[in-house]
Design a protein around this ligand. Structure first.
Ligand code: 5GP
Length: 191
């Protein structure tokens, strides 16, 4: 998606060889018009799936999920990050290893909001090692819900999450794939 890649080139900050900051338009300050275009693009790419819910993980996925869901006319549900030990039986739960903070956390989703009647589009801001995605796929499996597709705004193609999830047979669409990045030389996108 050219508009997104241009924006990343203009406003993205390469912190180090692993972390790209896009706080000024995607996950701290939010450019709503860009997000609306991102939502439209996901709608186009998953048009043929009969999506009933858009699933993401708090916090930075929520805005993206909302702007996507309005184009599908379906609700958003988001997995909450929870402290271990604080979890009742009314929720689905899974464990995720955080790439950015290098620690494990639990995610939970109320059983009320996802069931075997659902076909789910999972969206997130970044895919790195795919651990957040594995947690959300696990929650869909527990609910008996079908994963209709996975939409990622920025995939870091030099980390193995995208390939790992595609090998499992999921339809993954990433709007920008970064093949390499460096604070000195900048960002190289996959064509
Ligand atoms: P994964 O679970 O795929 O290893 O990492 C994905 C999660 O880590 C995303 O939900 C995202 O919030 C965070 N993340 C991974 N890489 C980056 C990055 O380069 N920049 C930012 N801002 N977040 C990242």
């Amino acid at each position: 998606m050219k508009e997104l890649k241009d924006r990343i080139r203009k406003d993205g900050k390469v912190l180090n060889a692993d972390i790209l900051k896009v706080d000024s338009f995607l996950n701290h300050q939010i450019d709503v018009e860009l997000l609306d275009h991102i939502g439209m693009e996901f709608k186009k790419r998953f048009e043929n799936e009969k999506i009933t819910k858009v699933l993401t993980i708090e916090a930075s996925g929520i805005a993206i999920a909302c702007m996507t869901a309005r184009h599908f006319n379906v609700p958003v549900v988001f997995a909450k990050k929870a402290r271990s030990g604080n979890i009742g039986s009314s929720v689905y739960t899974s464990v995720v290893h955080s790439f950015t903070y290098d620690r494990n956390y639990d995610i939970t989703l109320s059983r009320q909001y996802l069931s075997s009647d659902d076909k789910v589009l999972i969206v997130d801001d970044f895919m790195a090692n795919g651990q957040a995605m594995l947690g959300m796929i696990d929650i869909c499996r527990q609910a008996g819900a079908e994963v209709g597709g996975i939409g990622i705004v920025i995939e870091k193609g030099f980390q193995d999450g995208g390939d790992m999830i595609r090998r499992q047979g999921y339809h993954v669409e990433s709007l920008a794939i970064v093949d390499a990045m460096d604070p000195e030389t900048g960002i190289q996108f996959r064509e």
